[in-house]
Design a protein around this ligand. Sequence first.
Ligand code: SF4
Length: 500
Amino acid sequence: MPRNPLRESLEAGRFCHVVEIVASRISREARLLHVAAQLAVTPGVVAGSITSYAGGSAGQDPVRVGTAAKARGLTPNIHVTCVSKDRRELREMLHTISDLDIENVFALTGDYPKGSTPVFDMDSVELVTLMNELRQNEGLQLWIAVAVTPFKYTEPDCVYQYLKLEKKFAAGADYAITQLGFDAKKFAELRRYLDDHGIQKPVLGNVYVLGLKAAEKMSKGEPPGCWVAPELVEKIRAETKAKDSGEAARLERAARMVAILRGMGYAGAYIGGTHKAEHVRWIIERGQQLAPQWEELASELSYSPKSAFYMYEPSTAPRLAPLGWRERAVNAFWHVPSPKRIPEGGVLHKLAKTVFGWIDHRPSLARSLERAEFAVKSPAFGCQSCGNCVIPDMQYVCPQTCPKQLRNGPCGGTNNGQCEVIPERSCIWVKVYERAKAANELESLKVYIPPPDRSLKGTSAWINYFLNRDSRPGRPKLGAPTPTPAPIKEESKIKVAVPQ
Ligand code: SF4
């Protein structure tokens, strides 16, 4: 495997810079490769991160663009998303990447695609688990990046991003890259969360060269997960009145963010919003010059919404309302008939296994049981009869009701608790979080949930559970990747202190 300057820098603790190359459909490949060749000789740049499905639009094949960029001397970091490939196709893609001597992969769920039907067979935590399994069992050399979005301003959205990051690291991720944002307090919050939980994995902070057009789009939450405060949009609008249309101002802002990340102890900067190597070179040099003033610069970079939740700072967001008695009653009720309450191997479990085994051998009876389950669970949870029921592991919320069918926490596209795909609806993970917090079960949200065995669709989940046919925590199945669970350290236990 050729040298990997990205891995080397992160392992050596040397602050480094990765530049995002947006391989969208409209960008000409020749132009992208010219950019790659220039970045390959830009001091401080250790890799080019090749996007896939950026903003939900299918772009160029990141593996092909990455291979060509590598041929021009730029180490690629390939974005691998769950949007359009199922687990077998993702496994093949990872083998291809490895066969091409490319080590760096960026595991993402991906934005919901525009104009095409998504696959979403797996989520990003399951994808990391697959990558790690290929590394351990099939010897693939993969250096795995994952995403985290600290710029979330409601408690469920924010805390669940950090919970999910812990799951990604536990599944085998090597380092993380933040989503873009312009709030130094959130960069500091993520840093502190990792320190408080004893997590020493490197994190790159996102530094986006923000122009007016992009700022206006992002102030409306486009692409999903990216948000810019109206005050910053107005500031950039004023800057565009300058002779250079605001270019110097936006490069200076980017350089200041690099300085802040250096000061806060981030492992590097993930630079986006420009393909110009001369811009990148200037940002890197200026960022180094400004580093000694990072605290002053951090106090200036504070673009947050009026209502904002912070874990360690005074929040302007309303406190999480305690669950109503109805919600508590319903939640408590559903905990009763859960197969998980029957101790495995016990008399009752053996009896259940015998009974369900008997039903299983009588197809029409098994079908009737499935229909009966569905008749109860569909109105109660939005059940879609996937055959791999994991609602006991998700506070009685069904993952199939998530448009991306995520099983390990929210995507980065949540917008103040609203769903990225169906904005008029709340993200399902808000309820999962609220119920878990009310039941003092936040730790249980760190349990890895494997992808379902899709061949069980339309069959009885109870039969599948007792006959160990389904794919569930502790029993991943059907090519479902198997994580090597990392022991939960005392200091990593979740403690959400809402400042007075
Ligand atoms: S329900 Fe939540 S996790 Fe699922 S797509 Fe919507 S925002 Fe993302």
